[in-house]
Design a protein around this ligand. Sequence first.
Ligand code: ATP
Length: 453
Amino acid sequence: MSADLIIVEDEDITRRLLELKAKDFGFRPVSFESAEEALGFINDEIKVILLDLRLPGMSGFGLLETLGKEHPGLPSVVLTAANKAEDAVKAMKLGAFDYLTKPFDPGELFECLRMATRLREVHRENDALRESIATPVTNDGFVAEAEVSKAMLGRAERVAVLDSTILLTGESGSGKGALARHIHGLSKRSEKPFVTVSCPALPRELLESELFGHEKGAFTGALKRRIGKIESARGGTLFLDEIGDLPLDLQPKLLNVLQDRRYQRVGSEEWLDSDFRLIAATNIDFEEKIESGEFREDLYYRLSVIPLELPPLRERPADIPPLVERSLSRISKQRGGAALKVESAAMKALTNFRWPGNVRQLENILERSSAFCEGQTIRLTDLPPSFRKQNEEKKQSNLPKGLAGLTLSQIEAEAIRQTLEACQGNKSEAARRLGIAEKTIYNKMSRHNIDIS
Ligand SMILES: Nc1ncnc2c1ncn2[C@@H]1O[C@H](COP(=O)(O)OP(=O)(O)OP(=O)(O)O)[C@@H](O)[C@H]1O
């Protein structure tokens, strides 16, 4: 069984006595004569260090200093022969949990070590909580008014209580993150952390250590051990956003954790157990990535145990009024002002809009418009000009009669513009939907002077 207490004491008899007593009090001790040896032994199982101040080589003070820098969450208790006030003050300043003097009372000493151990657990819980605060869990209602949203939410709520992996798909800003938090909030893991990792946000090496953690010295710049998000998510939910961007060589590592529930920190041989529910999200088409060899098919099947698709906002206009209401009430709360409203013409325009950026875009527009509107009511004229223009264009293009009088070239240009918008500027996807070659869309864009940047 691995040790959980390190004793650093150069006096043979005291060291052996401490070891015996530690076992009596339920600890699993390992002891060393020097600070250097103890430092070399520290691993994740160690919960507390008991040290003498007078040691050969590095002193107890040196050890405390190094622990503070390299293992900040690991508590230490000083046990020394000299009862000197200035030593006690110095040790505490260097981060010692307590300072006791010899001869020691075993009951008092080991109670103190137990309290220090509890401190380490609190540190870890704090780290995990900090992670979950960085991505707050909002259980104040996931809006689903449209029939298609209600059906999707119904499925999500049914599977929330199971522990299965969920794959959320949908355009950017359509609410994958919000839904993941909602599912977490309804799961049996809701009291534990909800931890998000955005796969494209970090370069490969950093992403690996972000997920799995690393040992000190695992790579240049790894100055101390770092706990990964898998560990921070212990007991809770890990939300992997934009999973399609997970680098190919990290995919087997993730697959391993999902299969065996075990993983290794970067630079460590030790296997650690994991305990998290995975929710992954993507706005790309996996088929293409699998076909091109950029995404492993076996990992895809592991991820999509329960697939849930979020429809784009333009396909569920009934969601728009309640989403507007929810956003405005958040904004007025943040600003500490009176309630904000939207006049009916503006609400109609918002409901008719195509929303290429989905709910995120809706929230941004409301934030901006409410900052400039007069009084507490957002009017049509408060919405951005580009938004109003597109809204009119949409109205026109929706009317079959509106096409009369347009040249074929204008209709073609409009079709390309709208398709590009629907595909968020992705030209190969737009070409696919229009049924033309990718090269052709570039030619046509240049001919019609279409600039979507
Ligand atoms: N159904 C909903 N109810 C309430 N709020 C929502 C809903 N859908 C989205 N939102 C809000 O819209 C914003 C964007 O949503 P979110 O970040 O979840 O989108 P996403 O699909 O994860 O985007 P991306 O793919 O870019 O990561 C967030 O502020 C989120 O809270």
